[in-house]
Design a protein around this ligand. Sequence first.
Ligand code: NAP
Length: 328
Amino acid sequence: MKTVALGSQGLEVTVEGLGAMGMSAYYSGRDDEESAATLHRALDLGVTFIDTAESYGPFLNEQLIAKTLGGRRDEFMLATKFGFEIHDDGSRGAGVNGSPAQARIALERSLRHLETDVIDLYYLHRVDPNIPIEETVGAMSEFVAEGKVRYLGLSEAAPATIRRAHATHPISALQTEYSLFERSPETNGVLDTVRELGIGFVAYSPLGRGFLSGEITKPEDFAEDDFRRTDPRFSAENFDKNLELVDKITELAEAKGVTASQLTLAWAIAQDVVIIPGTKRRSYLEQNVAAAEIELSAEELDALDKAVPVGVAIGERYAPAGMKGVTI
Ligand SMILES: NC(=O)c1ccc[n+]([C@@H]2O[C@H](COP(=O)([O-])OP(=O)(O)OC[C@H]3O[C@@H](n4cnc5c(N)ncnc54)[C@H](OP(=O)(O)O)[C@@H]3O)[C@@H](O)[C@H]2O)c1
């Protein structure tokens, strides 16, 4: 797996990482045993950038990673996130909390749950509109000075916020949803801003939360307790229209002799971003790892661009409450 620089501060990661969220939260079908095998297989296949957050569970996902990969801590780059109001017992407060006091609580808690002395990449998960970003990043900067965090990142921040944060302490990575299904970073200034400032871009949900694999064919394919049941893109009224886009990707994938998931991931890598597809299964992981080897010609990229142009997906990517927290 190819390694690339993420940002300009010295962090290097594999161009494809592993998103661990769905192993413990939001998506149904938890299976800790297969998830643990998947985490080990990722390292064995050279995927050494592992993405988690304290809110995944809360805490369960960080604990799973510590329990599973504790003995291999020097083999991977560990990224986690904070910024939601979460109490020590795992209960959630009102929403986001980017105060320096909460940042400190979250950092010490993540270090404990991850059973590590240092977090390689520490992200602010969501920007707190009530706390100046300089205060939050100022607190994060102290963690770097203390040697508890190596590099800083933001998630779902808007261009102006990214600039202010970067002026406070160099930001190495901006993590945001990005795929053929969600191309807003190309048009809302986010990609332009990170490129200008030398900040790395990490694309989350690069498979459109699994939808672009083509294996989800009706809203009921998501179990009752699955977060995607609340995603407007998968509502009964939008589902079929969006599925037409998946059919187009599948057609192009078949012509190339790869799967829709693989073509989708290869497209994202070709946009010069780092991707963190999520899976709790070794079989999907292996398929996704092979995607990083796929070369796409200018004609193939053009065909994908025409088949799934910017803005073509129908419906917001989060329900209204979630949309309030992104790109601010
Ligand atoms: N910063 C943020 O706010 C934020 C938000 C969301 C996600 N993330 C991060 O980004 C990571 C990835 O995003 P994501 O998990 O939401 O979405 P994703 O990577 O787009 O898709 C994950 C889904 O696709 C399925 N899948 C994976 N590979 C597949 C394949 N080859 N064929 C068929 N299905 C496949 C997975 O199934 P199984 O689970 O059954 O294996 C899972 O349901 C997360 O794990 C998390 O670390 C960050």
